[in-house]
Write a protein that binds this ligand. Sequence first.
Ligand code: HEM
Length: 138
Amino acid sequence: MFDVKALAIANLVAQLLLLGVVLVGAHLARNRKDFRRHCTVMRIAVGVQLATIAAVMYPSLLGYLEHEKKGIVFNSQLLTHHSIGLVVVGLWVFANLAVGGVIKFKGRLRNFMRGAFVLWMAALLIGLATFVQVYLLA
Ligand code: HEM
């Protein structure tokens, strides 16, 4: 029998490490104008994030929705967290296709990037609040 709380703490640690990676990645683009390394760092960050979603967060979401029945407010919070996260993944796919020339995009990629960054932080904050509610306040 695996320990759900230990898994949640491991995921929390992974999310805080990813926050550090994303801040470094954003710094590389915004301050250093080193877009090559920025792309690499963000590709790795979202790749790792996809692994944590598949291994921990998505199964956890299904568990809450199917078995826990914590109420509509809690479920809406979880679904908002996951929806924002999926938009970030979508923007990441878009960035890769635009930079790779698969999509001909003439607009300002910078605005999409800023949006992805802000949404990532919003999803992280909702996730942190959820952890506090479930494991520290309950
Ligand atoms: C979800 C993941 C990503 C986030 C959160 C993110 C975030 C950012 C941020 C904060 C900036 C600086 C914007 C500014 O100057 O204020 C930026 C710029 C940029 N990023 Fe990303 N990025 C991500 C993924 C990627 C990927 C995968 C690539 C390459 C395939 C990429 C390519 C670029 C480029 C080319 C710029 C410069 C855009 C411009 O100045 O017009 N980004 N990104």
